[in-house]
Design a protein around this ligand. Sequence first.
Ligand code: FAD
Length: 408
Amino acid sequence: MNGRPIVVVGAGASGLMAAIWAAGRGRSVVLLEGTKDGGRKILISGGGRCNILPSVSAPGRFVTDSSPNVLRNMLRSWPLMEQRQFFDAEAGLALVLEEASGKLFPGSNSARNVRDALVTLALGRGIEIRFGVRAKGLEHGPDGWRVSTDEDTLVAASAVILATGGRSVPATGSDGWGLDLLTRLGHRVHPAYPALTPLTAEPPVHAHLSGISLEVTLEAPGPKKKMTTRGGFLFTHRGYSGPAILNISHMAVRSRLAGEARQPIFVKWTELDAEGWEQRLFQHRGVVSSLLAGYLPSRLGETLCREAGLEAGVTTAQLRRDQRLALLRCLTRYSLPWTGDEGYAKAEVTGGGLDLGEISARTMESRLHPGLFLCGELLDAFGPIGGHNFQWAWATGRAAGLGAAGKE
Ligand SMILES: Cc1cc2nc3c(=O)[nH]c(=O)nc-3n(C[C@H](O)[C@H](O)[C@H](O)COP(=O)(O)OP(=O)(O)OC[C@H]3O[C@@H](n4cnc5c(N)ncnc54)[C@H](O)[C@@H]3O)c2cc1C
């Protein structure tokens, strides 16, 4: 241990948590953070309210190219209830459940409170935080690790925890530096891609619907597995967003990056299936668009009618068979005309990253480089919208902090 501190690189969600737990075990900790204040993703999370955790864990909804079992074990290392207790008892942040979404928020509904509480907790545990200092390199010598910085200093360390995040929203300080470093260190790193990102349509054929939101079911059939998700859908000026779109966006992004045919995404706009709509069309006497207006925002209903080839004002009695079939398809299996995505600029997380098999699931220590610990978005895993990504950052950060603190 030779009196050297544990050096944590990155004061985002996972790095702050790692530092707090390492210091809690009596170890001296230095936290290097490239931005002037750290935790910038926490600040912009949950629309400024910070959805700290989900109320129900959902490891099966995480996406990884590594072993899903290893992912489960990492997530389970800090059960949700204990995480809630930590925020309440240690960080002074009592969490409140938003019934409709199942998400947990701080009682103050302030993301700034969350970031500030974690920084205060870290300082209270004696952690030396060096803001505005970026790590540039990492080397291992006979007497431990050395982190070089953009101030041309070398920081000696008994162990290093890398918590530098992925590539999403680079303005928050995460530019993929850690991913590139791990590749150079000989680690298996799955290619990164933007995930939980809005989709675009060029030309923006639905720009006139911008601002309309509704609950939908999306289906993305895949060669290996099909993904179905239900949730909020939002028309934007440039395309499509909302939790359901964000949750399925990686399928679209990955098909684009692989140069494959465009990933089909089918929308079921209401709870009704084709049979349910058939019945409604049969029973309704009058204009088709007024029937639809009972179930859908009227401008969307009119657009779907037009796309199904219906003349304005057509009644259910006047519908030809081909029009009825086209309308049923538009209502229950609408092929979303997305053409691109908003990329890292708007991606809530980065997909891909360090293969989970390359580290110990218990301590998060690299299997190739003893004394190097990894956590957070740098790893090959992300969860759906709903607090799952912070859950991952807190759990893996804590495990890495404890792992590094236990290292002799
Ligand atoms: C708009 C938005 C909203 C979100 N909302 C939610 C939400 O409500 N709930 C949820 O669960 N998840 C949410 N997320 C996802 C969540 O923010 C991330 O999963 C989480 O912040 C990842 O934490 P991290 O510590 O691994 O990485 P990051 O938060 O990216 O932190 C990495 C840190 O490392 C620093 N760093 C990078 N390189 C260096 C270097 N070389 N030297 C020094 N420092 C460096 C960066 O400056 C940064 O502070 C949201 C994300 C975005 C973008």
